[in-house]
Design a protein around this ligand. Structure first.
Ligand code: GLU
Length: 460
């Protein structure tokens, strides 16, 4: 008996990702690469990558490197020996010759009266129909395309010719690419047929939209469309893959977290939506945090420590981070981040200052709601200091500090006491509870900050 898995496998699947190295690897292209990869792996097929550098003037080695290192970072391994179209001129020339000899193409002047000769495809001017796995039946009247140019000269093939020759020779079975290529498909079908080659199956993926539903573009949205921007921010590749997989595809359930293997198992082109997929960094942040939570403590510690020490503020203010402090701070910091670069943001905003240095603040801020007598509050705080002094170094832990202070706070005005304690320790309107803060800071630093508040109140 065949297993379910076997039944849904196709006979043979070969997909491809053929980027043009004319810019940094962007989110849209990565999503295309990922879907090709997943589809091929799902069906036990092959995933090919080649570099489409027919536009010599705009192609750059740096971009090629960026694209390949991006694929590697995400774990999108491919099964082909990488090639560049610029190295295959001979192959395209022989195919051009075949088309010309077969009466499917001819040399002609580029423009009326120009001397330069280009190769044009002899358009049979008919209606082309194909079944797109995502969009259903797509029909084009090719007449309006006229006799389009397929090569600038025998040695300068253009995209449509090169793409068809490469797909044909690689025996690509499925062309899965962005919807912006759908209008190229009729031309490519005509060329494929003229070469007498079998047609691949097409699947055109929905566009990726910015949160305001405009088309995501480099001009409008700048660097946020480049994959390396996300790598630099400290997103995990697994989270990136998971997030991109959900841009236009979903498994038909509410589930959102998938490892690469789980994606391969679940991926199905028929569940790709037709409408545009909105790119939402908040969702990426949420997914990334889910992956952060799965990391070993040691890894989290070293990443946060490195991020913190790497900030300008840390260096400029001469902070130090003992092993004891980082151990205590870890849960507090981890709770506030979705991606490693959040640490730098928090540090830059000054929100972490109080962990490393005593806060500066106006005395009046120590009052919870309205200002009352200085004497009363300074007495309350002095009393709290005395209670805390009763705890030894070893007893100075969050739950003991809480036990020690809570009853006192309850009987003297919980809001007043707890607010003043917290503010004296942090100088901030928002922070973790004062017991946790005191524990992280340690006995002597906490007592010193509280005593300073008492002094400020008494001086008023
Ligand atoms: N080189 C083209 C691009 O990067 C490939 C298009 C295709 O998949 O046919 O957009």
């Amino acid at each position: 008996m065949k297993s379910k898995m076997k039944e849904s496998r196709m006979e043979r699947v070969i997909t491809r990702f053929p980027p043009s190295p004319t810019g940094l690897l962007h989110i849209g292209n990565v999503r295309t690469a990922l879907f090709n990869f997943l589809f091929a792996r799902r069906h036990g097929g092959q995933f090919l990558v080649r570099i489409e550098d027919t536009d010599r003037a705009r192609s750059k080695k740096d971009y090629e490197d960026d694209i390949l290192s991006g694929l590697e970072w995400l774990g999108l391994s491919y099964d082909s020996k990488l090639w560049r179209q610029s190295e295959r001129t001979e192959i395209y020339r022989s195919h051009l010759r075949r088309l010309i000899d077969g009466g499917h193409a001819y040399l002609s002047a580029e423009e009326e009266g120009e001397r330069r000769e280009v190769v044009r495809f002899k358009n049979p001017n008919r209606v082309v129909s194909f079944t797109d796995l995502i969009r259903g039946t797509v029909t084009f009247d090719t007449t309006e395309l006229k006799d389009f140019i397929i090569a600038r000269s025998a040695d300068e093939p253009l995209y449509h010719l090169a793409v068809v020759v490469d797909d044909t020779l690689s025996e690509v079975t499925h062309v899965i690419r962005g919807e912006d290529h759908i209008s190229n498909t009729p031309r490519q079908i005509l060329i494929t047929e003229a070469l007498g080659a079998p047609l691949p199956t097409y699947a055109h993926l929905p566009l990726i939209l910015a949160p305001d539903r405009s088309k995501l573009s480099k001009r409008e949205h700048g660097e946020i469309i480049a994959l390396r921007h996300y790598k630099a921010k400290g997103y995990l590749p697994e989270a990136m893959v998971n997030f991109l997989a959900l841009l236009g595809w979903n498994p038909g359930t509410e589930r959102e977290i998938f490892s690469m293997d789980e994606l391969i198992e679940a991926f199905d082109l028929s569940k790709v939506q037709k409408s545009g997929a909105v790119f939402n960094e908040e969702k990426l942040r949420w997914i990334n945090r889910e992956y952060l939570k799965q990391l070993p403590q040691e890894k989290i510690k070293s990443e946060i420590e490195t991020a913190l020490k790497g900030t300008r503020r840390f260096a400029l203010r001469g902070w130090s981070l003992s092993d004891e402090l980082i151990e205590k701070l870890l849960p507090v910091l981890f709770e506030r981040i979705h991606v490693w670069s959040d640490i730098a943001k928090l540090a830059k905003s000054g929100e972490l200052d109080y962990w490393f240095e005593a806060p500066q603040y106006e005395t009046d801020k120590l009052y919870w709601k309205e200002k009352k007598e200085n004497v009363a509050l300074s007495r309350l705080l002095q009393e709290a200091v005395s209670l805390l002094e009763g705890l030894s170094e070893g007893e100075f832990r969050a739950h003991r500090i809480k036990e020690t202070l809570m009853q006192f706070a309850e009987s003297h005005g919980r809001g007043e006491v707890l607010w003043a304690l917290r503010f004296a320790l942090t100088g901030k309107d928002k922070s973790p509870d004062p017991f946790t803060v005191a524990w992280v800071l340690g006995r002597s630093e906490s007592l010193s900050r509280l005593s300073e508040a008492v002094r400020k109140l008494s001086n008023k």
